[in-house]
Write a protein that binds this ligand. Structure first.
Ligand code: ZN
Length: 229
């Protein structure tokens, strides 16, 4: 297996791959995850274990080293049951990046600057080679808000936005969002057009709560009211 990016330090092939399907020949999204495990080694072992049925194209270590486990041409198994822009099978249309970080189970440790710099460089490389827009870079919690919380509220999305490899969504949280009526309907409509799987009916149901929760994880703990933009 040859690395797809010159930024890759090491190749460690995972057996957990298959062909991209449902008409997807090339990726048009990137999904960011945290590993949520005690060590990088434990995460790498899991992602390369044929019994685990999980994999990712890239793993970014805490020191910024980038390991590739699945060729970009193939489908990695990282997204699970997910949805974006009204479509499921996100694995077939995406590149998955696992960022080594303990996550919620380990107290939301900070992501080292060098690790985030490596994530930004890798994203810039991937977006350029596949002509993917920055809006195509999402978190696992954005595409599976009822199931997933990663990469978590400690992940510094603002640094990615500043670097031009992600976009900022509406700045809101469950607490700050309109609770019903035309304002909530407008917010749901905006989020649906952004790509979120959310009903547009002006009511605060479980799916809407989950999406607002996912949004709040992208605010780096400083939710501010949605201003209608
Ligand atoms: Zn994940």
């Amino acid at each position: 297996m040859q690395p797809d990016s010159p930024l890759v330090r090491e190749v460690r092939p995972s057996p957990n791959t298959s062909a991209r399907r449902n008409g997807h020949r090339v990726p048009d999204m990137v999904v960011l995850h945290y590993t949520g495990m005690a060590t990088a080694q434990a995460a790498l072992d899991l992602l390369c274990d044929p019994a685990s049925n999980v994999s990712a194209h890239y793993v970014v270590l805490e020191d910024g080293a980038i390991i590739q486990s699945v060729p970009e041409a193939l489908r990695a198994w990282h997204a699970g049951v997910s949805s974006w822009q009204g479509a499921s099978d996100i694995n077939s249309r995406s590149i998955g990046i696992e960022i080594v970080n303990g996550g919620h189970d380990f107290g939301l440790p900070p992501f080292p600057d060098g690790q985030i710099a490596a994530v930004i460089a890798l994203l810039a490389d991937i977006l350029a080679r596949h002509a993917i827009a920055p809006s195509g870079v999402v978190g696992h919690s954005d595409i599976a808000p009822l199931r997933k919380r990663d990469p978590g509220e400690a992940f510094p999305w603002a640094k990615l936005v500043a670097a031009g490899v992600a976009v900022a969504g509406p700045s809101t949280s469950l607490e700050a969002a309109p609770q019903d009526g035309a304002d909530l309907l407008a917010l749901q409509d905006r989020l649906w057009r952004d790509g979120y799987m959310i009903p547009v009916h002006g009511r605060l149901d479980d799916q809407t709560r989950a999406v607002l929760d996912a949004l709040s994880r992208r605010r780096e703990r400083t939710p501010v009211p949605w201003n209608g933009a």
